[in-house]
Design a protein around this ligand. Structure first.
Ligand SMILES: [Zn+2]
Length: 322
């Protein structure tokens, strides 16, 4: 990491992130791809993936009955211990683990994040870190290898469905030592700023040559493509459209304001596995390019903190590109 001289162009950062981050095959696939091109990426972990189904009652989502969630719990003991192994291996390779919170409660299963209070968010994060530190005891798996990542390494996250009342969640971020967020819908591709007490990497809207104006996230691409209908036979077409969108975002930023490009995904196999392969194609073809660094959120924050404040202010003042 270097400090830019005034007038010097910053590197083109690309930040790959995956919400949920609880799928062994996907961890393996993306760790292998990242190793080929010297990329680091971020997994936003759904905290209840650390709870076996049998111990689901350790979680109570704000406003919801104990043991309930909008997504699955962690499965059996073998699945949870495999996940812990994946998280440990990813962390040792330089990848980052953040939070996707716990129960994935959104507008479709209210109350969701949009209506939660500060106390609700504090409960959600207290439980996330409680599972992080206490999963072995909760699950009765004391004999297995521990999660070897200090909880203090979790510095940010993405809220489920990008929902939240930001002035309500901000005090919970502060109370849990979080220093960044990447949930708030933004406009184009722009440099992050301090908002709500954290570095806010706003979600990016782009003028995709294949999908039109769209927020750059896998589900949003899918919705734009066919209203998120499951059409596995069209997976190659979707994959190509998404890859072209990522290429467009990269070109717009690289030749424009050089703001970090966010490639925001879930680990998923939606519509015949159309989306994760597009992200992997883009990682493999992009991360080794000149002046390009595929980095984690915390890497980019460290880089921004290293810069002369006047240099950083000039970057932040650059208009968004689309
Ligand atoms: Zn999600």
């Amino acid at each position: 990491m270097t400090r830019l001289a005034p007038g010097e162009n910053p590197p083109q950062f690309v930040i790959f992130s995956f919400d949920g981050a609880g799928w062994h095959d996907r961890w393996t696939e993306f760790r292998e791809a990242a190793a080929q091109v010297d990329a680091r990426f971020t997994g936003f972990l759904t905290g209840i993936y650390l709870l076996t189904d049998e111990h689901r009652d350790a979680y109570t989502g704000p406003g919801h009955p104990t043991g309930k969630a909008s997504v699955s719990f962690g499965g059996d003991a073998a699945t949870v211990t495999t996940l812990v192994g994946d998280l440990n291996a990813a962390y040792l390779e330089g990848h980052e683990i953040g939070t996707h919170y716990n129960g994935h409660f959104c507008a479709d299963n209210p109350p969701g994040g949009a209506s939660w209070s500060t106390a609700d968010w504090n409960s959600e994060l207290d439980q996330f870190f409680g599972f992080w530190n206490g999963w072995q005891e909760i699950d009765g798996l004391q004999g297995t290898p521990p999660l070897a990542i200090p909880a203090s390494e979790v510095k940010g996250g993405r809220t489920p469905c990008l929902e939240g009342s930001w002035d309500q969640i901000a005090p919970a971020w502060a109370a849990h030592g979080l220093t960044y967020d990447s949930s708030i819908p933004g406009s184009g591709i722009a440099w992050p700023r301090q908002e709500y007490g954290v570095w806010e990497f706003r979600m990016q809207t782009t003028s995709s040559p294949t999908l039109g104006s769209v927020m750059a996230m896998d589900y949003n691409f899918w919705y734009k493509f066919n209203k998120a209908k499951n059409e596995p036979e069209r997976a190659p077409e979707i994959r190509a459209a998404v890859l072209e969108t990522y290429r467009h975002m990269y070109d717009a930023a690289f030749t424009g304001n050089r703001a970090p490009v966010l490639v925001a995904n879930h680990f998923n196999q939606w519509s015949g596995n159309a989306f994760n392969p597009a992200a992997k194609d883009f990682m493999l073809e992009t991360c080794g390019r000149p002046e390009t660094i595929c980095a984690t959120y915390q890497d980019v924050i460290a880089w921004m903190n290293l810069q002369d404040p006047a240099v950083l202010a000039e970057l932040q003042a650059r208009p968004a590109v689309y």
